[in-house]
Design a protein around this ligand. Structure first.
Ligand code: MLT
Length: 206
């Protein structure tokens, strides 16, 4: 198995879903632990560090330029991450996690949903883009996805996030897409919406 440097924090409350935390470019396994605790207190947290380095900055897959992805690498790395999640589930005894990804982490989470849908219970995608121009026909069977985009995001064009919402809906996900008065960075509204959404999604699953 491909090992990822990662942090794992066990659950402190039985009713909260495990979270797979996926950082943005230049982040690491520590970045989103605070966010995870804020949006789902008590959840087990599994937080890997991306294995690709771009000028020393960790990422989850290679890109050719900003917003232009090496799609062979996206596929390979998403499958690698899927294997890591499967192995970590056994090692730590956790259920399929809800991915919470920001920027590059949201893009690999979207790729994982399309390529290995069985690995995730759902996803919170913060500032995500379409990760693959020709994705496989995925069967998402009603998995819940929250997609939060920024109205003035200089990295993710509005049409791109709308296309991702459409793609995931067509694959059968229950997509809730909101466009916030924000840029690429996260705002307090992201935290509040994500917390409410996870709370509702886990109440429905219980
Ligand atoms: C990406 O490369 O995944 C996106 O451009 C977002 C980013 O990491 O800047």
């Amino acid at each position: 198995m491909t090992e990822f440097i990662h942090r794992f924090e066990p659950a402190t409350s039985a009713g909260s879903p495990p979270l797979l935390l996926l950082h943005g470019t230049g982040g690491d396994e520590n970045d989103l632990l605070g966010l995870g605790k804020m949006i789902s207190p008590g959840s087990a947290l599994l937080s890997p560090r991306g294995r690709v380095l771009e000028h020393g900055m960790p990422r989850f897959f290679r890109r050719l330029a900003e917003g232009v992805f090496d799609e062979d690498d996206v596929r390979r790395r998403a499958l690698e991450l899927g294997d890591f999640v499967a192995e970590a589930r056994k090692r730590y005894g956790i259920a399929a996690p809800v991915a919470v990804g920001f920027s590059n982490g949201a893009n690999i989470a979207a790729a994982l949903l399309l390529l290995r849908p069985d690995m995730l219970a759902g996803a919170v995608l913060l500032r995500a883009m379409v990760p693959l121009s020709d994705p496989p026909k995925a069967e998402l069977g009603g998995k819940p996805v929250l997609l939060l985009s920024g109205q003035s995001d200089p990295i993710v064009p509005a049409g791109d996030s709308a296309r991702l919402a459409g793609l995931l809906s067509e694959a059968g996900a229950r997509v809730d897409h909101k466009v916030l008065p924000a840029g690429h960075q996260l705002s307090q509204a992201d935290v509040t919406l994500a917390r409410n959404w996870i709370g509702n999604a886990s109440a429905k699953a219980a």
